[in-house]
Design a protein around this ligand. Structure first.
Ligand SMILES: [Zn+2]
Length: 159
């Protein structure tokens, strides 16, 4: 068991205006290939729906350590020290282009989540998936967004 180090933000890479269910994420990640990824656990601990409601996907005791049963498969290499969260969206309606499709509700929910997470985990480093991999996910610039919210720079991950 290791100490929690990163809070990583993802998108589901689905078109704007389309809400995603936890069942869909379970199928994408847990079903055997080629239908799914064949993982043992889903990629994220929480899902932010279009209306801003946060759905818990994987149990977590909220302490400072990442227990084996809390690990989610968000970013290869750092999962054992990370919490992964995801918002429904991240692509233009035609699925062609990465796009910040966060609704007002999702933005507010993410802001509240991040701010209360820092209170519980004062040394947490918050990042976007694209800061660890050559990907568009989560389709917005996480460090700039955190700065705009007034988040303490020490909690904003810089590679
Ligand atoms: Zn991602």
């Amino acid at each position: 068991m290791q100490k929690l180090k990163y809070l990583v933000i993802h998108c589901t890479a689905t078109p704007e205006f389309y809400d995603v269910s936890s069942e869909q994420i379970h199928h994408w990640h847990l079903d055997p290939p080629p239908a799914g990824r064949g993982w043992r656990q889903v990629g994220y601990t929480e899902l932010f729906h279009l209306n801003g409601v946060i759905e818990r996907l994987v149990a977590n005791n909220e302490d400072a350590n990442v227990d084996p049963w809390e690990i989610t498969n968000g970013v290869v290499g750092i999962n054992s020290v990370s919490r992964h969260i995801v918002y429904a969206g991240g692509l233009s309606a035609d699925c062609e282009t990465p796009k910040d499709t966060r609704t007002v509700g999702q933005k507010k929910a993410l802001e509240n989540y991040v701010k209360s997470f820092i209170k519980v985990h004062p040394d947490i480093l918050i990042a976007g998936h694209n800061q660890f991999a050559a990907k568009a996910c989560p389709s917005f610039d996480v460090p700039s967004w955190l700065k705009m919210l007034g988040v303490n720079p020490k909690n904003i991950y810089k590679p």
